[in-house]
Each structure stands twice: as structure tokens, then as C-alpha cells.
Design a protein around this ligand. Sequence first.
Ligand SMILES: C[S@@+](CC[C@H](N)C(=O)[O-])C[C@H]1O[C@@H](n2cnc3c(N)ncnc32)[C@H](O)[C@@H]1O
Length: 274
Amino acid sequence: MLNIHISESSFRDLRDYIYDNSGIYVSDSKKYLIENRLSRILQEKKLNSFEDYIKLLKFSPNGDELTRLFDAVTTNETYFFREPQQLNVFSESIFPKVFEQKKGVKNIRIWSAACSTGEEPYTISMMLMEKHLSTNQFEILASDLSTGVLESAKRAIYNSYSVRNIPESYHKKYFTISGQSYTLNASVKNTVKFMKANLIDNKNLKSFRGMDIIFCRNVLIYFDTKSKQKVVSNLYDSLNPGGYLLIGSSESLHNVTRAFRPCVIDKVIMYQKV
Ligand SMILES: C[S@@+](CC[C@H](N)C(=O)[O-])C[C@H]1O[C@@H](n2cnc3c(N)ncnc32)[C@H](O)[C@@H]1O
């Protein structure tokens, strides 16, 4: 398949369109990647130029097209038990603290923002199930911008790459294994509610208010400082006072906000809304 050439002005148009709709900043170095990944879509749609593609996006956008566009500029890479040290701190320190604060009054609300294909919220759920909590003691919401990944998350069938970090004892307990295919059991699947949400747009985040713990990992890397500030301010508004924000270990809120109190447990940094 030959790539369709993208002119400088179309690249800038497309970049602005992506930025305005998702907050994702596409750097100049990604021009070739855009050309490469989107040429396939143009050919499928029998479009001859990026100018025609941009017109299509602007004047008759549909959800699937936007999803494919966003998928082309981000990666949905994820897997179970990613960043285990942070997960342990969540399970052993943060969750018990929040549980103690809310004891007997309300359930704990957890949000996996930018959940991709679901490995993150399902990991959280399995860790809580290991504590023998009843499923009405916690609630897990999970969201992503891409409808494609959400469909896959709801199916909850994974390959061996995705499950490679799962402790052995969890395999039999929580999955039905057939060859290289790992189907998550309904007991875990049913604890997570998936919804589409764009983190940059506070108008579509109303269902995510009153959270106690938010995981927003490995997505801030796609945003420039202005988008990060918007997203992090939306997450702040979604948290209850005393609640925690957990971001990826390669990400930082330096120069983004001072609204949170950073706290460090076992070398893992987390951000508390005070
Ligand atoms: C690399 S995955 C991270 C998955 C998981 N949190 C983890 O750490 O393994 C990044 C996800 O962010 C999503 N994303 C990118 N921009 C977004 C936005 N503006 N709103 C919501 N999700 C977004 C992408 O669709 C992708 O699924």
C-alpha cells in the first residue's frame, strides 16, 4: 500500500482538529506516522487526498471515524498489573485509608480514566476481590475516548501478552483459559461499568463526580501543558475532598497544577485533593 502524501497545511489542519477535539498534541515528528496510519483509512474510503478526508471529518463526522483518527495518534498499549508497585500501594495503603474514612457509610468510588481495553480496571477489581470485599462496598467506573477499545474491554477476552504479569494464582480463579485466549469471569466483569468519555471536555464528565480514587495513567503523555491542565482540573473536580489521583510513573504534575498535595508511599508518588 502506498502512502498518500499529506501537505504541510493539511497536516496542521488535522493536528488542530485532533487537538481541539481530544487535547492530544501531535508533534511535527509524527507527520510521517499520521501519513502512514491514515493513508489506509483514506484508501478504504476511496478518498484521494487528506483535504477530502478533513472535509469529511469537519462536515459529517461520525463516532467511528473520530475513533479511528484518535486511535491513529495514540497507543492503546496496556496490560494487567501494569506498574505493580503503585498498585500495591493502592491496595495496601490508599484503599484501606479511604475505606476507613468512609466506613459503613458509603461505597468507595474508583474511576479508571483512559482505561483502554480494560486491563487496568479489571486489575483493580481483582485486587479488591482478593480482600473479600463484597461488590457493593466498591464501585469501579472505567472510561476511554475510543469506542473500539471500550467494546473490546466489555468482551474481556485477552491474549497471553496482556496477562503476562498476572500472579499465577489469579489465572485459574478469575479466567477461563482456552489455548492462548483468556476470558475474564463474569464475577469480575460485572464489577466494572464502562462509559465513553473525553477527559478534556468537562461537559461529558458529569457521571464521574464524587470519586474517591482516580487512576489516570499513561495518557497525560499525549497532551501539551494546556491540555494537561484542563484534564487534571477536570479530574480534580471529580474527586471527593481527601480523594487520590494516581498517574503513570513516567508522568508528572510538575508545572501543571499545585492544587493537589503530593504524597509518597514506598517511593510511589500520589496526589491527594485536600
Ligand atoms: C496507553 S493507554 C493507557 C491505558 C491504561 N490507563 C494503562 O496505563 O495501561 C492511553 C489511552 O488513553 C486514551 N485517550 C487518549 N486521549 C484521551 C482523551 N482525551 N480522553 C479519554 N481518553 C483518552 C486512548 O484512547 C488510550 O486508550
